[in-house]
Design a protein around this ligand. Structure first.
Ligand code: GLN
Length: 481
């Protein structure tokens, strides 16, 4: 296949745009051509906004012609996960219950993209309300892996990852509650950044589990993710959990070498159950980094064994409370049934509007929060969450960051795990602890195994995303030599 504009990185396109060699209109056209060619098979998008995108690209070109681009990503086509509100553009959360829901406002992350001149391409597919690890649990059909359509794209931000991997977008936004950015990034062979909890405003992100949710995104390189985070990071008074912590220019971190950087390898992560070939790829990556002057130390996160159970108690508890708002009154779908009274309206709307997995989570969450079980499950999970966070605090006294797997193996086949929720939950074993502890994490591609992409994860100290960019970019440079 010949290389089209839509196959370039955001950094390359940005340089070409600033040099006046190409136009935003050409890039946007190229992206939509790719969508026409491939999205029938991939299903990365729930909806696209071609007309508005062409208009936005036109406006970007006018700014370039005036020598007054708004930012490094002015005119770059960006896709947005469909649980992030976009004014006047349907935001479905991958659910029937929000078909036709038209947000009257933009999420802060979207406002910041627009203020930077980015071109909104469309809204990407996801597991309903972000609940899943494969993007098979969407009311709008599964997203398929662009590298091989027999395999899942990973989830829940599978649409956003697949869009960037296939050239159907240059950058994209996702959300990560327990791995939903890092895991599909790994499976689709792109870079995914999940920032520190509080780094990016959650205003306008439709909540799944509020204490874990964080907006981040995807790019075709570590540098592209730095450009994206530069745009969306920073304090927002509209989100009380948004942190008033200084942001830095993440593209600056890309230049720093890694001599003396201390990298921890948590021994509990590299155990039986982790694919042998994948383990070798990660080891090779670590050797390259070590030759370049990074110091590798074995560390321990003993409470990691509780991470998946802790996560699924807290996430479902919060979900059951957050999803109570979808009752047929305030947003989206309303089903009244023949009785036409209030209780039946609630019942019909929720029975018809939510999919199986969402119902399972609401039931689990309601159970763990109910009187008599609260102490045994929810409270205990909160205590474990603190212990996990302390484990990370302890190792971060010794090292600057950690390297870990993202997934246990290569992407699985469509349908392979969809009838077994426990199997699906176990997919998240390497990612959920980062959300429980509120840390930043990045998924960096490190080649292929059995012709499918694989990745390693870099985990950083709170608000030190710059270390992830520094290390990730150093690895990319070394690997391409
Ligand atoms: N797979 C995890 C879940 O189903 C994480 C999802 C996410 O990060 N949104 O909850």
């Amino acid at each position: 296949m010949t290389m089209e504009l839509c196959d370039h990185t955001a950094a390359e396109l940005s340089a070409l745009l600033h040099a006046g060699k190409i136009s935003a209109t050409e890039i946007t056209r190229s992206v939509f051509r790719r969508i026409d060619e491939r999205d029938g098979g991939i299903n990365a998008y729930i909806s696209t906004c071609r007309e508005a995108a062409m208009k936005a690209a036109d406006e970007a070109d006018a700014r370039y012609a005036n020598q007054s681009p708004l930012s490094a990503i002015d005119g770059i086509p960006v896709a947005v996960k469909d649980n992030i509100c976009t004014r006047g553009v349907a935001t479905t959360c991958g659910s029937k219950i929000l078909t036709d829901y038209m947000p009257p406002y933009d999420a802060t992350a979207v406002t910041r993209l627009k203020q930077s001149g980015a071109v909104l391409v469309g809204k990407t597919n996801l597991d309903e309300f972000g609940m899943g690890s494969s993007t098979e649990k969407s009311a709008y059909g599964p997203t398929r892996n662009p590298h091989d359509d027999q395999y899942v794209a990973g989830g829940s931000s599978g649409g956003s990852a697949a869009a960037v991997a296939s050239g159907e977008a240059i950058l994209s936004l996702g959300s990560d509650t327990g791995g939903s950015i890092r895991m599909p990034a790994a499976y689709c062979g792109v870079t995914g950044i999940k920032p520190t909890y509080g780094r990016v405003s959650r205003y306008g992100l439709i909540a799944y589990a509020s204490s874990l949710d964080q907006i981040g995104g995807f790019g075709r390189s570590v540098a592209d993710c730095a450009l994206l985070l530069n745009t969306i990071a920073g304090h927002d008074p509209r989100d009380t959990t948004s942190a008033d912590v200084k942001t830095v220019d993440y593209t600056q971190s890309l230049q720093q070498d890694i001599r003396g950087l201390k990298i921890g390898m948590p021994k509990e992560y590299f155990v039986e159950g982790l694919d042998a070939e994948l383990t070798r790829r990660i080891q090779t990556a670590v050797e390259l980094l070590s030759k370049e002057g990074a110091e590798i130390v074995e560390v321990s996160i003993p409470n990691i064994k509780y991470a998946v159970s802790t996560y699924y108690l807290i996430a479902t508890a919060e979900a059951s409370s957050n999803l109570a708002r979808f009752d047929g009154v305030k947003y989206g779908l309303r089903e009244t049934g023949e009785q036409n009274d209030l209780m039946h309206m609630y019942e019909y709307t929720r029975s018809y509007g939510f999919g199986m997995e969402v119902k399972r989570r609401i039931m689990l969450g309601t159970y763990v929060l109910s009187a008599g079980y609260y102490d045994a499950y929810y409270l205990k999970a909160q205590k474990l969450r603190t212990l996990i966070r302390r484990d990370f605090d302890d190792v971060f006294n010794e090292v600057d960051c950690l390297i870990a797997p993202v997934t246990t193996s290569t992407p699985f086949r469509i349908g392979e795990k969809s009838d077994d929720p426990l199997q699906m939950y176990l997919e998240d074993i390497y990612t959920v602890s980062v959300n429980l502890a509120g840390l930043p994490g990045m998924s960096v591609n490190c080649g292929t195994v059995r012709d499918l992409p694989v990745a390693f994860q870099i985990i950083g100290k709170p608000f030190e995303e710059s270390t992830l960019f520094r290390l990730g970019n150093a690895y990319e440079k070394l690997a391409s030599r």
